[in-house]
Design a binder for this molecule. Structure first.
Ligand code: CO
Length: 249
């Protein structure tokens, strides 16, 4: 169980994060009979278990849950370095990989905190043609964490592509986004970072940072292009923007 996700009154300065009770096993490992401590992963392998057996997957919130519409609060450096937040980051990473998704914001796992994890892998866009990858300016992005981000778009929101969200499962729509953004944030160690991104990575950043301010792509989409994933794959995936607008616009 997750315990309370709602901050208790009078304890505003304390971290109100309660991770599952299994966390001790990940932090401290297991002490098997032969007298020294090994990690749970080593123990699981020793016992013939697969890595999947020990993944900690968080429940992803979906549209209609209030946490997705709240303004998330910033984290202090001390909070970022706490065991609770470090565990949350690890669980969010595993949850994002499992989904799979290219980004996951803390409100999407129930925590109104200004924290998101991002990673785009080559295998995720293997289904796109070389031309589609080029026009999306999509490149692999290594795993990283953004905390308390402040974003400055470097261009108008005029790049139009279909976009989806793990919190709006089963649907997609065209969302205009800026081609280029600059983001100032903290990383998972609490150190300041500046991210200059363009293309699909800039889109991911805009989508995730929106989550930290209670905004979903639904608020920015061209609403007449909203369609189910199935219909998108069946009818529109390889059509031009002009064909799409003629059909749905
Ligand atoms: Co999303």
């Amino acid at each position: 169980m997750f315990g309370s996700r709602v901050p208790k009154t009078g304890k505003q300065h304390q971290l109100e994060i309660h991770l599952p009770e299994t966390r001790w096993i990940r932090l401290h490992g297991i002490r098997p009979p032969f007298g020294f401590t090994i990690s749970l992963l080593q123990f699981a392998r020793w016992g013939g278990m697969t890595k999947e057996w020990m993944l900690m997957l968080l429940k992803i919130t979906t549209v209609g849950e209030a946490v997705l519409r709240q303004q998330a609060r910033p984290l202090t450096v001390a909070e970022i370095r706490s065991a609770e937040i470090q565990q949350l980051i690890q669980h969010m990473r595993e949850t994002m990989h499992d989904a799979p998704g290219v980004g996951l914001a803390a409100p999407q796992v129930g925590f109104p905190l200004q924290l998101a994890v991002i990673e785009d892998k080559q295998e995720y866009f293997a289904g796109l043609t070389a031309e589609q990858i080029a026009e999306r300016e999509r490149q692999p992005v290594p795993f990283h964490v953004i905390i308390n981000p402040v974003m400055q778009p470097q261009s108008a929101a005029d790049v139009e592509f279909f976009e989806g969200c793990l919190s709006v499962p089963g649907f997609t729509a065209i969302v205009p986004r800026s081609r280029q953004v600059r983001v100032e944030c903290l990383d998972e160690t609490g150190a300041p970072r500046v991210v200059e991104a363009s293309g699909w990575y800039a889109r991911i950043l805009q989508h995730e940072i929106d989550h930290l301010h209670g905004t979903l792509y639904l608020d920015r989409m061209q609403s007449r292009t909203f369609c189910s994933i199935e219909n998108h794959a069946r009818l529109w995936k390889n059509k031009t923007a002009a064909e799409l607008k003629a059909g749905l616009g």
